[in-house]
Ligand binder design. Sequence first.
Ligand SMILES: NC(=O)c1ccc[n+]([C@@H]2O[C@H](COP(=O)([O-])OP(=O)(O)OC[C@H]3O[C@@H](n4cnc5c(N)ncnc54)[C@H](OP(=O)(O)O)[C@@H]3O)[C@@H](O)[C@H]2O)c1
Length: 281
Amino acid sequence: MHDSIPTVTLRNGVEVPSIGLGTWKMGENRSRASEEIDSLRLGLDLGMTLVDTAEMYGDGGAEKVVGKALEDRRDDVFLVSKVYPWNASFDKTIAACDQSLSRLGTDRLDLYLLHWRGDYPLAETVAAFEELKRQGKIGAWGVSNFDTDDMEELWRVPDGDKCAANQVLYNLARRGIEYDLLPWCQQRGVAVMAYSPIDQGRILKNPDLIHLAKTYQATPAQVALAFLLERDGVIVIPKSANLRRVRENRDTVDLDISDEDWAILDTAFPPPDRKKPLEMI
Ligand SMILES: NC(=O)c1ccc[n+]([C@@H]2O[C@H](COP(=O)([O-])OP(=O)(O)OC[C@H]3O[C@@H](n4cnc5c(N)ncnc54)[C@H](OP(=O)(O)O)[C@@H]3O)[C@@H](O)[C@H]2O)c1
């Protein structure tokens, strides 16, 4: 019997699972499409019903794969996509959203993010996001790769404080946001979506992590994900196109790590003691 997946409640009251499904590197190769679709559908079956994609991934290919995986189950899923910064003017944001919707085969996104900061004024992008909300094409909007000073600037533009989420690089090996950005978001109810939660696999070779995982009969990936799931308001979006690893990631929620062992991880992966600029992949 598995524990149920914990949830995070967004500022608009919508409850989402705190572990979802990433899709970067999907949709790049036709020969892999069916395993990608199968792994997304398995993830949904297992309750990881938040899917993160972007117009960037596979040049629209990932959105097409997601569209196929969601064909008969769109209503069960919280769907997130992102607009390129160079498409983030008022008119181009609306057009990019329409194109994402068409690739995804749906009439609405649940969350639409600015992928990273570009040259268009934030006020213009926010105005477009609010217009998309009025048109019913998106349920909420947010940002990605925004550091604390970017968030503060966002809060000063009209409707900027309606931002629902900030998707950032966050994992055991990259804890910089714990110093300021994470508490900033938590205090305002802005969900933090932790991307590359297992550092794209790099973290899994760490001997301390391997050792600790063994003591729980778990895998290093599960401990790395469990570390993030411990944090309030944090949503993790591991990507896997492999059925076994999708199950493994989902089973993370059954892991119960002791305070002593969290302290061991703090020694192996120290939290920040000063401000560090937000890292990006
Ligand atoms: N907003 C942004 O700028 C941004 C940037 C990066 C990522 N993202 C989003 O965040 C998602 C996750 O980040 P990510 O894809 O960069 O990295 P990640 O989820 O940390 O790692 C993905 C890699 O780890 C492997 N993997 C997955 N589960 C595993 C497990 N249990 N054990 C061992 N290996 C495992 C995957 O391979 P297999 O597929 O073969 O299992 C894949 O190679 C992305 O897919 C994307 O949706 C957003």
